[in-house]
Design a protein around this ligand. Structure first.
Ligand code: A3P
Length: 299
């Protein structure tokens, strides 16, 4: 049974998100120190949330071996998947949010035009990540099948829907272009990242995110290996193998273990037929040409 999607403010939402998104728009009060991790689903949300949290909170753990990302028994020490609220996913918890230690970090899949006013009007920052559509489709298809074995869509059908824009938080083109344009118009507000670029040079991008969030690494931190530490703690292998990420569910009953599959660039070659490659390449050309936005599709 395919997931029901509803068109809301020009984007397709899974039906069980609508209420949360409306609550988010109506009630969320951004603080200037907030950081919003905005993403296309299956594009590196889990990774970027962990990196952002680790970068912002590095002082709290740099002197101890008990990194908050590795332990699980207090509010600040919860594992990455629960660490950061998906603000578009919460029903009645908005009032609790004011008690979170600053700087608060929130995740969202909501497209730029539909973000709450207070996010746009405050000085809070947005880090955005997306990924080449080839790998995103494979990741999405496998994730949907694992979480919902009754999902009867083939990968070809998933591709068709993706190209028509009818996937959760789609059209993905519009999602990416919304944040892309904003990052150009307002580079201090939105940092636009791509999964492939982080895979290629994570050291550079950890520094870039820290600078963007106005907390650049000191020379001392650099020479003490703080950056390497963060990269290592947030790596695919490390996060996948955390006990806390191996069982249980998160958000709307998504199995945590399914958030860690392969973590590579270019795995799509194992799934795409020539016809699928042609279809997606054509659609991307049509949707993205002239925008300046392009993707690497191999490592
Ligand atoms: P694959 O399915 O291609 O392996 P999201 O977090 O937005 O749901 O994206 C999930 C994708 O990111 C999955 O891709 C997953 O394996 C990958 N991923 C999860 N944690 C990662 C990490 N720490 N580093 C790199 N990739 C990661």
């Amino acid at each position: 049974i395919a997931q029901h999607l509803y068109l809301f403010q020009d984007f397709w939402y899974p039906s069980n998100f609508i209420e949360g998104v409306i609550n988010f728009q109506k009630h969320f009060q951004a603080k200037d120190s907030d950081v919003i991790v905005a993403t296309v689903p299956k594009s590196g949300t889990t990774w970027l949330k962990a990196l952002t949290f680790a970068i912002l909170n590095r002082q709290r753990f740099s002197s101890s071996h008990n990194h908050p990302l590795l332990t699980s028994n207090s509010h600040e020490l919860v594992p990455p998947l629960e660490l950061i609220f998906h603000v578009d996913n919460i029903q009645d918890k908005l009032s609790d949010l004011s008690n979170i230690t600053e700087p608060r970090v929130f995740g969202t899949h909501v497209p730029f035009p539909s973000l709450p006013k207070s996010i746009k009007e405050s000085n809070c920052k947005i880090v955005y990540i997306c990924r080449n559509p080839f790998d995103t489709i494979v990741s999405l298809w496998i994730f949907a099948n694992k979480n919902n074995p009754l999902n009867e869509l083939t990968i070809e059908e998933t591709l068709e829907k993706y190209c028509k824009g009818i996937v959760g938080f789609g059209p993905t083109w519009e999602h990416m272009l919304g944040y892309w344009k904003e990052s150009i118009a307002n580079p201090n507000k939105v940092l636009f990242l791509k999964y492939e670029e982080l895979k290629e040079d994570i050291n550079f991008y950890v520094k870039r995110v820290a600078e963007f969030l106005d907390c650049p690494f000191t020379e001392e931190e650099e020479s003490n290996g703080v950056i390497e530490n963060i990269i290592n703690l947030c790596s695919f292998e490390k996060m996948k193998n955390l006990e806390v990420n191996k069982s249980g569910t998160v958000g709307r009953k998504y199995e945590k273990k399914y958030f860690f599959r392969k973590g590579e660039v270019g795995d799509w070659v194992n799934y795409f037929s020539p016809a699928m490659i042609e279809k997606l390449s054509k659609t991307m050309e049509e949707k993205l040409s002239g925008s300046g936005l392009s993707f690497k599709t191999s490592p």
